[in-house]
Each structure stands twice: as structure tokens, then as C-alpha cells.
Design a protein around this ligand. Structure first.
Ligand code: SAH
Length: 355
């Protein structure tokens, strides 16, 4: 992205329409441009062959169309691909492609770093530097889609579960969701998109009003306040009962099922008592629990629960009528745990500077 000109990817359909109307052009120009960007996936304005000479010049004069700068790409044995991008201001972000039998899923980053400070997470170690822009978010998906174009495949699912707290970059994330969902663009079905939050209660309630049928996931990770506050500092601000109350409100308003994510940390939150307490907490809520094996982080002492113990935890939930699955791990061999590649890259950069 050129520092002087805004990126063309930084505009939603509505915003582009407003722009073209404001310069005395036609509203439908926006749709034409979006089709070029997200359907034809052109990499230069010159490829937009149905624009007038003057229209083309206006675009060139006022916008940039730069992609993200790829710093590294790491492929795992299970098909997972991890991308490391360098942003214009020298910061790094990560994006992950996961290949499932139901399609290709992209895990998108929403912020440079994160302020939520969960004790087990590699992303939060250095705090938040800044929010990502709309362009920086959509270009992650577009980059992966361009790779998949070579295999005649498409991005079918998007999860906003990369680095950052999406609800701490709320407006941009909503603009991102609208943009990737747009029917004459990437056309990723709302039901195939998931946004994950650590539990920012006011935003969960606000999200209930959002017009698209996006899936909402809540990172719960503990069944009571004492334990949750120990591992997730956000719980001190928004305790469990408020999160559950917001989720109930959301479910009632939207009629949608919510997913609770629960990472299994050995000896911390994976006991039978925790499973029982979790079952009790979620009883009667239209919800689904995703039990996630912890992806061990070099700088943290947490360990992943063994598979057998995870199955036992699952069995307790199942017995008490709670829908759950034990999620598979992806890309273990390529530092797929969020933020690890970025952290590694920053460490290298610091070491270089110190030399
Ligand atoms: N901030 C948002 C989204 C980004 S994190 C949230 O908290 O939901 C996406 C998910 O990955 C969260 O459930 C988070 O708790 C989890 N996570 C973080 N570090 C992890 C690790 N090392 N192994 C497994 N899951 C992790």
C-alpha cells in the first residue's frame, strides 16, 4: 500500500458508491470495481478494461492497489499453509490456510498484536500495536484465494481467529465481513464465516443486530470466574455470568447457535470437575462446545491435555447433554499457534538490530 494514496481495498461497497457519487460518477462504478478486485482478482488498475480512460486515470491518481508483502510461507504435512506478511509500517501478521474435507478455511488476523493478555496465548505477549485496516484484512483472504486459483479451488470458509481481538476492532471487522460476503465479490457465505471473541460483552450484544448470519464463537476456556480470571484477564472486566447472559441475549435475538471454544490445558482446566461445572453452566443454551487441543507455545509452561483425557472430558459433556467435539490440531509442525511466527520474526529483527 502506497503511504500517500489510500488502498482501493479499504472501501466497502457502500463507501465506494459514495465516493463515485461524490466525484460525479455513477454509483454502479463501485460494483464494477468490486468485481474486478474480488472476482477477476486483477492486480493492476490497467486490467479493468471496461472503464473509460478518464475513469481509469481517476482510480490511478487516487488509490493504490498494492497487495500484502509476503515475507514467508510455510507448508505443513497436513496441508495447512501459514503465511507471514509484512505490513507497510514494518509490522508482521499471520494468516493460515487450513484444508478440510468440507473446503478451504482461512484464519484471518484482525490486529497487530493483542491487548487481551490471555496467559496461554503467544499473540498477546507484546500487547497491541494497532488495529488492522479493512485492506489489510481482505488482502489476507485475497492472497490465499489467488494461491488457490492456481488449483481451481476457492476459499469457502473464513474464521476471524488469527492474531488480535476482532471485537476490539469492531467496525473494521464488520466492514470486512460485508466485503468478503458480497455476492459479486468473493461471495463467502455468512454461515461459512466465524468470528471469535474472548468475550467483550457490549460487542456481543451489538453483534446480535448485525444483518449477516455470521457464526459467533466465544473463547470460554474455563467454567468459573476464579479459574477464568487466572488465565484470561478480560474475565475481570466481563465475568462469566455477564458473558453467558450476553450469549443468551444473542441467541434469543438471532436464533443462532453459538460455539464455545475451550482449550484443554493439562492440569489447569481439564479435570472431570471442570467438565461437570461447564456442563452445568451451559445447560439449556443453544450452544456447541469445541474442545481444542492446546498448541504449545515455547515461552509458556502450559501443556496440552493428552488425547485420552480430552475424550474423557468430552464424554462428561456428552453425558450431560452438551453438544461438543474435540477439534483436530492443524499445522503443529509450522508454529501454527497464533502469533508464534510473528514473535519469532520480531525476535530475529531485534537481534539483527542489536548486532
Ligand atoms: N481474540 C479472539 C480471537 C483470536 S484467538 C478470541 O479470543 O477468541 C482464537 C482462539 O485461539 C481463541 O479461542 C484463543 O483462546 C485460542 N488460542 C490462543 N492461543 C492458543 C494456543 N496456543 N493453542 C490453542 N488455541 C489457542
Amino acid at each position: 500500500m502506497n503511504a500517500n494514496k489510500p488502498s482501493i481495498y479499504d472501501y466497502t461497497k457502500k463507501e465506494l458508491e459514495e465516493y463515485f457519487v461524490s466525484i460525479g460518477d455513477k454509483k454502479f462504478r463501485a460494483v464494477q470495481i468490486l468485481e474486478w478486485l474480488y472476482r477477476a482478482r486483477v492486480t493492476s488498475f490497467d486490467e479493468m478494461t471496461n472503464l473509460s480512460k478518464l475513469g481509469l486515470q481517476t482510480l490511478k491518481d487516487n488509490f493504490s492497489i498494492e497487495p500484502l508483502k509476503l515475507e514467508g510461507k510455510f507448508a505443513s504435512n497436513d496441508g495447512t499453509v501459514k503465511y507471514l506478511f509484512e505490513l507497510v509500517d514494518g509490522h508482521y501478521i499471520e494468516t493460515v490456510l487450513m484444508r478440510h474435507n468440507y473446503g478451504n478455511s482461512v484464519c484471518v488476523t484482525s490486529q497487530v498484536g493483542c491487548n487481551m493478555g490471555c496467559s496461554f496465548c503467544a499473540s498477546g505477549e507484546l500487547g497491541k500495536v494497532r488495529d488492522l485496516t479493512l485492506a489489510e484484512m481482505v488482502l489476507q483472504v485475497l492472497h490465499v484465494q489467488r494461491d488457490l486459483d492456481l488449483e481451481d479451488e476457492r476459499v469457502s470458509n473464513v474464521v476471524v481467529m488469527g492474531i488480535g481481538e476482532p471485537f476490539d476492532n469492531y467496525n473494521t471487522v464488520l466492514r470486512f465481513l460485508e466485503t468478503i460476503n458480497y455476492g459479486r465479490g468473493l461471495e463467502i457465505g455468512a454461515r461459512h464465516i466465524t468470528v471469535s471473541t474472548c468475550g467483550l460483552v457490549p460487542k456481543i450484544k451489538e453483534f446480535a443486530e448485525f444483518e449477516l448470519q455470521i457464526n459467533l464463537a466465544i473463547s470460554l476456556h474455563a467454567p468459573n470466574n476464579e479459574l477464568r480470571s487466572k488465565i484470561m484477564k478480560i474475565n475481570k472486566r466481563y465475568p462469566i455470568e455477564e458473558v453467558i447472559e450476553a450469549v443468551k441475549y444473542y441467541v434469543e435475538k438471532t436464533n443462532r447457535r453459538v460455539t464455545f471454544e475451550y482449550i484443554l490445558l493439562k492440569g489447569v482446566n481439564d479435570t472431570k470437575e471442570c467438565a461437570l461445572e461447564l456442563a452445568k453452566l451451559l445447560k439449556g443454551i443453544n450452544a456447541y462446545v469445541n474442545l481444542i487441543p492446546y498448541n504449545e507455545v515455547k515461552t509458556k509452561s502450559y501443556r496440552s491435555t493428552a488425547h485420552d483425557a480430552a475424550e474423557e472430558f468430552f464424554a462428561v459433556l456428552h453425558k450431560h447433554g452438551i453438544n461438543a467435539t474435540v477439534r483436530m490440531e492443524h499445522g503443529n509442525d509450522i508454529n501454527a499457534a497464533c502469533g508464534q511466527l510473528r514473535a519469532q520474526k520480531m525476535k530475529e529483527k531485534r537481534e539483527l538490530c542489536e548486532d
